[in-house]
Design a binder for this molecule. Structure first.
Ligand code: SF4
Length: 967
C-alpha cells in the first residue's frame, strides 16, 4: 500500500537492537491527504513481482515482527516493548517507521513537506494498525516537485554544482554546442540517416553558435565525425540485432518519484545515455550511471523494468594517440539493481528537500574534488559575491547587504514561480482528460489522420479535431502529443505546425495523435534566475548604484525634464511629449522611461527613438515581452527607413512580414556570427534575450517595449546586455503575469484599496515591473505621452481621470469628437440604450459559475444592434472576464470575443464589456482595476458596458464608473 500526506513530525534516527542485530530506525508522523491510503496496484505500483514478500507473523514470544525482505525490520524494540511510534495516533495522523536505508529521509524531511511512501507494510498489533517500510518500499519527499534527471546527475557530482548550474545558466561554450550536435547525429543514426548527411546538416544548423565561438565548420565536422564513429561502430558491432527496438529522445515523467527528463535513447526498453566526453575506465562514471538509473526508475513505474543501462562515451573514438590507454570501447553497460534505484530516489529527495523552503541554497560540497571541477571559477565567484562558505574558496568582494537581500527576495519569488510551473506539470496526471480540455490545457478526442516520415527522419503527424474545441495551445508551441494518455501511454514532445480543423505536429518519433497537451516549460523561470544572477553578481556597479537607489539617474543635458527645448530640430513635430521622450532616450546616461497610456503613439515614438540612436552610431537592442510587440516596433522602424535590422526568433514566432530580416541560424559560422554581431539593430523578445546566443551580445542601448508587463528579472535579461536602457510601458495597464498563487498584489487601484474591498494581499516582487518601480522612484526620468489618438473625448474621460490624473487628452479635435457616424453608421438606428457613445446596460442576469447566460444574450443583442446600424462586424470586439463567458458569448455572435489579457495592445471601433458578476465582484477583471482600464480603452467610438448595476455599485470605483457611463 502507499501512504501520502503532509509531515507533521519528524523523529530522530536511532539504533535499535533487533533479533537480526543492530538496525537504524526513524519515525515520521504524517497526516494522510485525500486518497492518502491506497492499496497496491494503483498507479504507484512499481510492478515489482516481489511485492509483499515481507514476512509478517508472530515470532516465538508472541511479538509481531515486520521483517522486510531481508528480515531486517522488527516491531520489537531492543527491550521487547512495542515501538509506540508505529501506531495510528488516533488524531488523524499516522506514524511511519523508516528502517535501514530509508532512515536517511529524516535528515532531510521537514514538517509541512509532502511524503509519499510506496509499498509500505501494514500490520495489526494488539488492535493497533502499524506501518513501516519494508524491503520493497520507497520513500519520496515532495513528490510534486519535479526534479530533472540531469540535476540529479549534477548533484551526485557535487551538490553545489547543481546549484551553480541552476543559478548561472550554462553559457555558450564549445563543449555544449558540440555535445548537442553529437546528440542530434546520434538521433539521426538511430533513425537510419546517412552519417555524412546528418553531420553536414547538424553542423550547418549550429552555424550561428559555432561562429560566435570562432569555430571553423570543417574542424567541427571532423570532430563530430570522430565522435560519431563511436556510435556508428557500436551500432554495427553486432551487439544489436534486427529485433533491437530503438527509440531516440524519450520524454519521461514520473508522478510517483517526482522526476522528469528526456532519455537520449531506449534500446529494448533499456536506457542509453550518450556522453561526449571520454571514459577509459571499464565502468561508466558513477554520475552517468545514476542518470541512466533515474530513467530506468521512471520506466519501471510505467511497467517497463529496465535492468541494464548503457553509457556511450563518444570521445573514446576521438582520442589523441597519447591518450589511448585503458578501456577504449565507447559503450559501457552496467546492471541496474534496486540499490541503485533506491539511491536515485534518495538523491532526488535531497534536492527536493533542499528546494522546499525556496530560500537561496548555498549548495554544499559533499566529498567533491574541487581541483578537477570545471565549475571551479564560477563556484569561487558565486561564493565570493554571496559570501558563502565554499570548499573551493572565494573570489571577489561580497555584494552589499541590500543587494543580497534583493537577490534573496527575487530568488524566492522566482522559485515560487517554478513551483507554479510544476503544479502545471502535475495537472497532466491530476486532471482527467475532460478536465484538462475544459481548462483549455488540452485538445482531446483527436482522430489520427496519418503519420508521415520526413526527409530528416523526423515525423509529421496529422489528426482531425472532432469539435470546435479551443485551448491555450498555439501554432509554433512545443506541446505533448500522445495516444490519449500523456503520462502512462505513449507521448512525444512535438512542435505544433497547424492548429485548425486539421492538427499537424512534428516530432522525433511517431505517435498515434489522439491528444495534444500544453507542456509547461521552466525556461522562463530559468532565464529569470540567470538574469538575476548576472545582474547582482556580475552587473555594472555604476548601474546598480542607480537601480538600488544610491544615486539619481543622469542625463547628458543635466536636466531630464527639459529635453526638447532649445534650438535643435524637433525629433517629432506636433507632439511635445513624444519629442521629449526621444530627447530623453538620446540623453539618458543610465535609463529613460517612456510612459505611454493607450493610443498615445508608443510604437511611433519607439521608431523615432531607435532612428535617433542609430543616427548617432549607437547599437540598439529592441525588445518586448511578446513577439507581437517586437514585430510591431520593428515594422515601424523599417517604415522609418531603417532596414539594417536583424530579428532573432523562431520561424513560428516571427510575423510573416518580418521573416525576411529573421536571423537564420544555420549556415557558414563566420557569416552567421557577423550577421548578428554587425547589425546596428537587433530585435528579440526579452525571453530570447536570456538565451545563450543573445547573452554573447553587447549593445549601447536596450529599448524594451511592454516593460510594464515584464517582471523585473525578465526586464533585466534584456537591459543587462546594454550600457543604457529605455523602458516603454504603462503601469496603469496589465501588470506582469505571475502564476504563483496567493501572491498577487491586491489591486493597484488609484486609491490604494483592493478591488474586493479586502486588505491587499502581500506583494510578490515579480508582480511589480522594473518600469513601475523606477517610475515611482525616479519620476523625473520619465515622460508621459499625454496625447492619445484612439478614443473619443467621452470614452477617454474616465480612464484619464482615474488612472492618469486627468493628464491624458485627445491629440486633436477630430480624435475627441469622433463618432460612429464617421463610419457611415446610422446612429439614429441604434436602440435608445446605445444612443450615447458610452452606455451601461443591466440585463438583470444571474451569474452561473463563470458565465452569465442572460448577460451573454444581451451582449449578443447589443452586437447585433451595432451591426444592424451599419458597424462592420470586424470593428466590434467583446471583452469578458472568464473564458467560459467568452465561449458563452462566442456561441451567440461571430465578432471577436476574448479576455482582457488577449485584448491588450489592440483596439476596436466598438467595444462591449461583459462583467458577469451579479453578487460578489470576483473574477480576473476585478482583481486589479488596471484590467478595467485596459478594457475601457480598447474602444474608439462606442463603448457598451453590460453588467449588474447593484453588484457594481458596492464599490466606490465601480460606482464612479456607473456614474460616468450613465451620464
Ligand atoms: S569547485 Fe568544488 S564545491 Fe565548487 S562545484 Fe566544483 S566540486 Fe563543487
Amino acid at each position: 500500500m502507499k501512504l501520502r500526506g503532509r509531515i507533521v513530525d519528524v523523529g530522530d534516527e536511532r539504533e535499535v537492537e533487533t533479533k537480526y542485530g543492530s538496525r537504524s530506525l526513524a519515525e515520521v508522523t504524517v497526516r494522510p491527504e485525500g486518497d492518502g491510503w491506497v492499496p497496491d496496484g494503483g498507479q504507484t505500483d512499481s510492478g515489482d513481482a516481489d511485492h509483499g514478500r515481507a514476512a509478517r507473523g508472530e515470532d516465538g514470544d508472541g511479538q509481531t515482527t515486520l521483517g522486510d525482505a531481508d528480515g531486517e525490520t522488527s516491531l520489537s524494540d531492543a527491550d521487547g516493548e512495542t515501538t509506540p511510534a508505529e501506531r495510528d495516533t488516533g488524531d488523524g495522523t499516522v506514524r511511519l517507521t523508516l528502517w535501514g536505508k530509508w532512515t536517511h529521509t529524516v535528515e532531510h524531511a521537514e514538517v509541512g513537506m509532502e511524503l509519499l511512501a510506496i509499498d509500505v507494510e501494514e500490520s495489526e498489533y494488539r488492535g493497533e494498525t502499524t506501518y513501516a517500510t519494508g524491503g520493497d518500499s520507497r520513500v519520496v519527499l515532495e513528490p510534486g516537485f519535479l526534479v530533472d534527471v540531469t540535476d540529479i546527475r549534477s548533484w551526485v557530482q557535487c551538490p553545489r554544482m547543481y546549484y551553480l548550474n541552476k543559478l548561472s545558466g550554462i553559457p555558450l561554450n564549445y563543449p555544449v554546442v558540440k555535445g548537442t550536435i553529437v546528440h542530434e547525429v546520434f538521433g539521426d543514426l538511430l533513425r537510419d540517416r546517412d552519417l555524412e548527411d546528418s553531420i553536414d546538416e547538424r553542423v550547418r544548423e549550429a552555424g550561428l553558435e559555432l561562429g560566435l565561438l570562432g569555430r571553423d565548420a570543417d574542424e567541427v565536422r571532423d570532430e563530430v565525425r570522430r565522435n560519431a564513429a563511436a556510435i556508428e561502430g557500436w551500432l554495427q558491432q553486432g551487439t544489436l540485432t534486427e529485433e533491437d527496438a530503438w527509440r531516440s529522445e524519450y520524454t519521461l515523467i514520473s508522478p510517483t518519484f517526482g522526476i522528469k527528463g528526456r532519455a537520449d535513447a531506449l534500446r529494448r526498453g533499456m536506457p542509453v545515455e550518450l556522453k561526449t566526453g571520454k571514459n577509459t575506465n571499464r565502468e561508466p562514471r558513477f554520475q552517468d550511471k545514476i542518470q541512466a538509473a533515474a530513467y530506468a526508475l521512471v520506466l519501471a513505474e510505467r511497467g517497463v523494468p529496465a535492468d541494464t543501462g548503457t553509457l556511450l562515451y563518444t570521445k573514446n573514438t576521438a582520442l589523441e594517440r597519447h591518450e589511448e590507454s585503458g578501456d577504449l570501447s565507447p559503450a559501457k553497460e552496467f546492471s541496474i539493481g534496486d540499490g541503485l534505484l533506491d539511491f536515485v530516489v534518495r538523491t532526488r529527495n535531497e534536492i527536493a528537500a533542499m528546494e522546499f523552503d525556496v530560500s537561496v541554497p548555498t549548495g554544499y560540497e559533499a566529498d567533491a574534488r574541487c581541483e578537477y571541477c570545471f565549475e571551479q571559477d564560477t563556484c569561487m565567484v558565486v561564493s565570493g559575491r554571496l559570501d558563502q562558505e565554499s570548499k573551493a574558496g572565494q573570489i571577489g568582494e561580497a555584494v552589499p547587504e541590500d543587494e543580497l537581500e534583493y537577490f534573496e527576495r527575487f530568488y524566492r519569488a522566482i522559485e515560487a514561480e517554478r513551483r507554479a510551473v510544476h503544479a502545471e506539470y502535475r495537472k497532466l496526471w491530476e486532471q482527467s482528460a475532460e478536465e484538462r480540455a475544459e481548462d483549455d490545457r488540452a485538445l482531446i478526442g483527436l482522430e489520427p489522420a496519418g503519420n508521415e516520415e520526413l526527409d530528416d527522419g523526423r515525423w509529421e503527424m496529422r489528426a482531425r479535431k472532432s469539435d470546435d474545441a479551443v485551448s491555450k495551445l498555439r501554432e509554433g508551441d512545443v506541446a505533448l502529443a500522445s495516444d490519449g494518455d500523456p503520462v502512462d501511454g505513449h507521448a512525444e514532445l512535438c512542435r505544433i505546425r497547424e492548429l485548425g480543423e486539421a492538427v499537424v505536429v512534428t516530432a522525433d518519433e511517431p505517435v498515434s495523435l489522439r491528444r495534444l497537451d500544453v507542456y509547461p516549460s521552466e525556461i522562463g523561470v530559468d532565464r529569470m534566475l540567470t538574469a538575476l544572477h548576472d545582474f547582482v553578481l556580475k552587473g555594472d556597479p555604476d548601474r546598480k548604484d542607480v537601480l538600488f537607489g544610491r544615486r539619481e539617474p543622469e542625463f547628458a543635458d543635466g536636466d531630464a525634464s527639459e529635453g526638447g527645448e532649445g534650438d535643435r530640430e524637433p525629433y517629432v513635430d506636433n507632439n511635445a511629449a513624444q519629442d521629449r521622450a526621444v530627447q530623453m532616450a538620446v540623453d539618458a546616461e543610465d535609463f529613460a522611461l517612456v510612459h505611454g497610456p493607450p493610443g498615445t503613439g508608443k510604437t511611433y515614438t519607439i521608431a523615432q527613438i531607435v532612428a535617433a540612436l542609430v543616427d548617432r552610431g549607437q547599437r540598439v537592442l529592441l525588445s518586448a515581452f511578446t513577439n507581437r510587440a517586437v514585430d510591431n516596433a520593428l515594422e515601424a522602424i523599417r517604415e522609418r527607413g531603417i532596414d539594417d535590422v536583424v530579428r532573432v526568433g523562431t520561424e513560428n514566432g516571427v510575423r510573416e512580414d518580418m521573416l525576411d530580416v529573421r536571423l537564420e541560424r544555420g549556415g557558414d559560422p563566420n557569416e552567421r556570427a557577423a550577421a548578428l554581431r554587425d547589425a546596428p539593430v537587433v530585435a528579440a523578445t526579452t525571453s530570447t534575450c536570456g538565451s545563450r546566443v543573445m547573452r554573447e551580445n553587447a549593445f549601447d542601448v536596450a529599448l524594451v517595449d511592454e516593460a510594464s508587463q515584464l517582471t523585473e528579472p525578465g526586464t533585466l535579461a534584456a537591459v543587462e546586455l546594454a550600457d543604457r536602457f529605455v523602458l516603454v510601458g504603462d503601469h496603469e495597464q496589465l501588470p506582469p503575469v505571475v502564476q504563483a498563487s496567493g501572491t498577487q498584489r491586491g489591486a493597484a487601484s488609484p486609491n490604494g484599496s483592493s478591488a474586493s474591498g479586502e486588505e491587499p494581499r502581500p506583494a510578490n516582487d515579480l508582480q511589480t515591473s522594473l518600469f513601475e518601480r523606477l517610475i515611482e522612484t525616479y519620476p523625473d526620468a520619465s515622460v508621459l505621452l499625454d496625447r492619445q489618438y484612439r478614443m473619443s473625448q467621452r470614452i477617454q474621460a474616465f480612464s484619464s481621470r482615474e488612472f492618469y490624473d486627468g493628464a491624458l487628452r485627445p491629440a486633436n479635435g477630430a480624435v475627441a469628437a469622433q463618432r460612429l457616424s464617421d463610419l457611415g453608421v446610422d446612429e439614429g438606428a441604434l436602440p435608445p440604450a446605445l444612443g450615447d457613445p458610452v452606455a451601461f446596460v443591466d440585463p438583470d442576469g444571474e451569474r452561473v459559475g463563470n458565465t452569465n447566460p442572460t448577460e451573454a444574450d444581451r451582449v449578443a443583442e447589443i452586437v447585433d444592434a451595432y451591426v444592424a446600424a451599419g458597424v462592420d462586424p470586424d470593428d466590434v470586439g467583446v471583452i469578458a472576464p472568464f473564458r467560459a463567458q467568452v465561449a458563452e458569448i462566442g456561441r451567440r455572435t461571430d465578432v471577436t470575443v476574448d479576455t482582457v489579457d488577449r485584448f491588450q495592445g489592440s483596439a476596436k471601433e466598438v467595444i462591449v464589456v461583459s462583467f458577469v458578476a451579479t453578487d460578489a465582484l470576483d473574477g480576473p477583471i476585478f482583481e486589479d482595476y488596471r484590467r478595467i482600464n485596459v478594457a475601457l480603452t480598447r474602444a474608439k467610438k462606442a463603448l457598451a458596458l453590460v453588467g449588474d448595476a447593484e453588484a457594481l455599485s458596492t464599490e466606490p470605483f465601480y460606482e464612479r464608473l456607473l456614474d460616468w457611463a450613465r451620464r
